[in-house]
Write a protein that binds this ligand. Sequence first.
Ligand code: ATP
Length: 548
Amino acid sequence: MAENKDNSFMGKVISLSKQRGFIFQSSEIYGGLKSAYDYGPLGVELKRNLMNEWWRSMVHEREDVIGIDASIIMHPKVWQASGHLAGFSDPLVDCLISKERFRADKAPMPKSGDNLPITCIDKGQAKTYLESIKKRFNIELRRNGKVLEGLRVIDENNFGLFNDDEEKPSATFPYSGYVSPNLGCPFLSDERQFNLMFRSQIGPVDVLGDISSFIDKNKNMDGTEIREGIEKIVKKSAVYLRPETAQAMFVQFLNCQQTMGMKIPFGIAQMGKSFRNEVTVEHFIFRSCEFEQMEMEFFVEPGTQKKWLEYWRDARMDWWKGLSNNPDKFRFRTHEKDELAHYADACYDIEYEYPWGFDELEGVASRTDYDLKKHAEYSGTKLSYFDQQKQDPDTGKNGWRYTPYVIEPAAGATRGLLVYLLDAYHEETVPDAEGKESSRVVMKLHPKLAPIKVAVLPLVKKEGLPEIARKIVSDFFKAGINARYDEQHSIGKRYRRHDEAGTPYCLTIDGQTKEDETLTIRNRDTMEQERIPSGKVLESVQKKLALS
Ligand code: ATP
């Protein structure tokens, strides 16, 4: 394994992760694959423990949340409806004000001399966007009801702000040649010629064969026509690896609600792999192309979304803090109005203080009724809920049919794993067996997350001690507790090894065990040792784990 010479805190955590078998570079013997990682013998346990804890708190301990495990490859229309599939080889652009994502080649194209009114959905939005344009571009537009005025196209490369009656602009900006379709906004990101979703083909199709005969038959076509033709052929059998787990919960809303007789408010939870062809992969497993998510869509009555957003924001924060040594390293970040996705009416990020600063760990968003409405529109299936007990606020009649609003706590499982590795890593100076100062690295993982709960260590490999140790390990296995028999190297080295693995308890079997049926139990964090009857050790560890 290549040696990691990076002596920064992050470098040390990465290096320990490899040495102890938490995380390996994927396909390392072939030189590795950029941004792909394998979870080793300890990493897989840690990841499962983390995800199981999430499942327990989100599903098993609640009456109002149910779970699903959906396909990674879904019907391509799902991604059309969700907006993820806004053209694979089409130039994609984001509106910097509303975050609307659209195809540049389909956008309205005002010409030189045309005014550029920014038309919002209401006055409130107009006021918000006025402020965000002022903050971001240092100009003040004129608000006329829900329309922001003052911008005009100067020529094909520039637009400007024109004050009343003035022929000269007081500020100019680069013009892309088009505006965002919904808002009519010319403040846009650069064009991107790709989609973040990984594409594949489904079924017994010979796409390359179809493409080559298409090119053969259409030799007279220009580049754009050829590209469009190929795109059509590819799209016929194209499927995508899901870039988030969330959409399956919207698509299965009715099935889940009806089969389980769920009443609003209720949630559908899912955890599993997601894939994004990220342009920038960074900070070890923080951002990778293949990762795991833990997401829940909580369906609520329209008008109650603020209350539920605050509820889930706090519940999720408490969960992260409850498994950590440093709760102060977590914080909320409220999304500014101008940062919100166009479908969201509020959003909080739960952030962690990584070695490079505070950054996202989980997003808790109020997604309005956007997703269910979009899937209803694209699928032709009514995705609504009928509440017999409520009055329809529009008609005043008994019984109310509505499209539920959604609160979404969306967390990264692999990113969470990184957080807890960083949180657990400690270097300490402690006395060694002879009482001299020595340094130790200890992973203070929460016992619920620790990959191995107890290590059972015979002091020597003879005199019947291994047999006693193996019997204890087997008792732990039967009780469903992950224990590990370890007889390699000196007892001091074994303690250090399990400190680095984050094993909360070490049990040492020695000569005295044979005489009086007692053993020592060592606490990872305090290093205190206590002699207890070997017949009581399982119960004692069970109690400690339950109390942790
Ligand atoms: P970011 O701003 O960091 O790209 P995002 O806002 O795009 O994240 P969401 O779509 O809200 O992320 O996904 C929910 C969670 O999934 C994120 O908070 C993060 O923990 C995790 N996540 C998203 N993309 C990645 C990735 N490429 N690698 C690892 N985890 C990810």
